[in-house]
Ligand binder design. Sequence first.
Ligand SMILES: CC(C)(COP(=O)(O)OP(=O)(O)OC[C@H]1O[C@@H](n2cnc3c(N)ncnc32)[C@H](O)[C@@H]1OP(=O)(O)O)[C@@H](O)C(=O)NCCC(=O)NCCS
Length: 175
Amino acid sequence: MDPAGPFALATMSGMGLLVRDFRADDFETLWRIDQECFPPGISYSRQELKLYIRRRGTLTIVADSEGEIAGFIVAHNGPTGHVITIDVVGKARRSGVGSLLLEAAETRLQAAGSRSVGLETAVDNVGALSFYKRHGYSVVGTCSRYYSNGVDALVMRKELPVRDKGAELRPIDQS
Ligand SMILES: CC(C)(COP(=O)(O)OP(=O)(O)OC[C@H]1O[C@@H](n2cnc3c(N)ncnc32)[C@H](O)[C@@H]1OP(=O)(O)O)[C@@H](O)C(=O)NCCC(=O)NCCS
């Protein structure tokens, strides 16, 4: 897969879902989704979200369901990549959109050299905790009063599997 090109095309459960890179004209929709996904104090201001998306080393991937954005993920690369936020619209939850976005981001981070991925989530975000655990993340610490509404964060981390570069070059077995 070419990480620089249009990212991936995936169809899941008839949803006609396209996982693609962020485009500038997505911004307002992404900000609105973030407002819906998180309470005040955890959701980002327009300026904050814009800064994260524009930061060098950031990747923003959008799940596009026939022209309607079903969710997005913002992540930052580095030896330990970092999930800044993952947001799926209410009506599209529990249908695999979040998993698709997280897996796409992990693949991109790994291709950019990340060996692990870290993130923070609010201690009372039971759904997110369950989602991340399902994806192999473990709680490695807590950050007291991490969010501006005073809520503590759980720090989670996942080691990415080592990429077997040889596997990509191995010829197809024709026996
Ligand atoms: C967390 C979030 C991204 C998950 O997205 P999603 O598209 O609903 O997730 P998936 O459908 O891929 O779920 C995969 C698995 O994760 C777990 N999971 C997801 N949401 C869950 C919930 N609310 N409660 C319990 N388990 C949950 C389940 O094991 C689920 O598999 P199942 O549906 O077969 O039981 C989504 O709920 C969301 O956007 N929440 C609001 C924003 C947020 O909290 N973001 C994360 C913190 S940064």
